[in-house]
Design a protein around this ligand. Structure first.
Ligand code: BTN
Length: 257
């Protein structure tokens, strides 16, 4: 859990329309701070950004290295929907990140998605997302938080996976303050499209940047590794793999890099 941060430590900075963006120099984890705000009843479209995190968290309890120059942003949403829609939201955020990053990449076609919402360039990780949510008494989403770590200026050296940065890919890195509002606007854009056209439009946008059909994937699960050929996304965002047992849909697990 993060140390309490006094309101004096926050600076409110320009955000996308309808959002409130709080910016800090250093924090334990923006995800911890946002969770505290969410549990205290903060309205949706609150965003917290920090220049550095000293205990940034990644998926599966891994640390997230958080040197200055990259984006560390947590976003709060409160969609009035059942918890079973979480996977759709995870997919939507991946698509939105792609939309927000496109203008910063000389060749946006090189940006690819790894289920559910890692963003890669040629297999090297550019953006990671930590999705956290709480259920209300009727099984509805009480709050939904996306913690987005984007390598803008620095690609941390990791022993187990390749990483890249926008600086490496394009020769220049946007400031976190520039990318954060673009991300919020892109989430609003895809949220509105999902609302008016249905999740299918988001699913198709994800698939356009996802693996090729039939590509071999390994999915790490608590009980072991499942191997299969990528067979698309189910209508609710679950990962479809063609395994020796047939066509299987997965809601959890980590696709190996
Ligand atoms: C991953 O492992 O791929 C997810 C990484 C998520 C990192 C972000 S940085 C902003 C937010 N604060 C955290 O402590 N984690 C997320």
């Amino acid at each position: 859990m993060s140390q309490p941060v006094s309101m004096d430590a926050y600076q409110e900075v320009p955000a996308a329309r309808g959002w409130r963006l709080l910016s800090l120099q250093e924090v334990g984890s923006t995800a911890d701070l946002l969770r505290e705000r969410a549990e205290a009843g903060a309205p949706e479209r609150l965003a917290i950004m920090a220049a550095r995190q000293v205990s940034g968290r990644g998926q599966l309890g891994r640390p997230w290295r958080s040197p200055e120059g990259n984006l560390y942003l947590s976003l709060l949403l409160r969609p009035a929907e059942p918890m079973r829609h979480l996977q759709e939201w995870a997919i939507l955020v991946a698509v939105a990140i792609g939309t927000a990053l496109d203008p910063f990449l000389p060749n946006p076609a090189r940006l690819r998605l790894k289920w559910p919402n890692d963003v890669l360039v040629e297999g090297a990780k550019l953006v990671g997302v930590l999705t956290e949510a709480a259920a209300g008494p009727e099984g509805e989403i009480a709050w939904l938080a996306f913690g987005i770590g984007a390598n803008l200026a620095v690609a941390p050296d990791l022993p187990d996976r390749a990483t890249t940065s926008l600086l490496r890919e394009s020769g220049k890195a946007p400031m976190p303050e520039e990318l954060a509002p673009a991300l919020m606007a892109a989430i609003d854009h895809w949220r509105a499209r999902r609302q008016s056209e249905g999740f299918e439009v988001v699913r198709q946008a994800w698939l356009a940047r996802g693996p090729a059909l039939g590509a071999p994937l390994s999915l790490r699960q608590p009980g072991g590794v499942v191997q299969g050929g990528f067979a698309g996304l189910a209508g609710d965002g679950r990962l479809l793999l063609r395994t020796p047992r047939g066509l299987e849909a997965f809601v959890t697990g980590e696709v190996a890099a």
